[in-house]
Design a protein around this ligand. Structure first.
Ligand code: IMP
Ligand code: MG
Length: 174
């Protein structure tokens, strides 16, 4: 392996922050049910840790999308690889993502899901790279960490399908 991983956020820092965000979500949705949509594969570790800490009723569904693009740039044209199992009508949807970069994938996804008649749609992400945003209309409701423009792995995020299982967030140094 040519690349090295430098720790950016420790497992403890990540988990502490997820607990805070889960408490915030539980307060904001008090008296309602929340329907978490995990965006596979990267969002799966975060979704599990978040869901375990939310204290109001939660249902879960999973979606997998692939963004056409060349190299490191997503195009914003998204193909649904695995669609949701459940309808969204009347539900309070919270999309759970690993990272928001240009925002192209999310802009497209929100558009598709909005048409299915949910009561509300909000967005929750583990990481955000605000400097990279192209789709300025993508509003993130819950962000665990804003990070600089560096390529990160761990806690679900991969480099060439590797490092998803790291329990912390690290920067890839080539
Ligand atoms: P966007 O459409 O440009 O916002 O693309 C977001 C997607 O790109 C994320 O869901 C990740 O799959 C991937 N991505 C963006 N930045 C990183 C990174 O630093 N590490 C790993 N994957 C990333
Ligand atoms: Mg993703």
């Amino acid at each position: 392996m040519a690349e090295k991983i430098r720790e950016l956020l420790s497992e403890e820092e990540v988990n502490t922050r997820i607990s805070q965000i889960a408490a915030e979500i539980s307060r904001d949705y008090q008296g309602r049910e929340i329907h978490l949509i995990c965006v596979l594969k990267g969002g799966v570790f975060f979704t599990c840790e978040l869901a375990k800490r939310i204290t109001i009723p939660v249902s879960l569904d999973f979606m997998s999308v692939s963004s056409y693009g060349s190299g490191t740039e997503s195009s914003g044209v998204v193909r649904i690889v695995k669609d949701l199992d459940e309808p969204l009508e009347g539900k309070n949807v919270l999309i759970v993502e690993d990272i928001i970069d240009s925002g192209r994938t999310l802009a497209y996804l929100i558009d598709i899901l909005q048409k299915r008649g949910p009561a509300s749609i909000r967005l929750c992400t583990l990481l955000d790279k605000p400097e990279r945003r192209v789709k300025k209309q993508v509003k993130v409701d819950y962000t665990c960490f804003s990070i600089p423009d560096e390529f990160v792995v761990g806690y679900g995020l991969d480099y060439d399908q590797k490092y998803r299982n790291l329990p912390y967030i690290g920067v890839v140094e080539f």
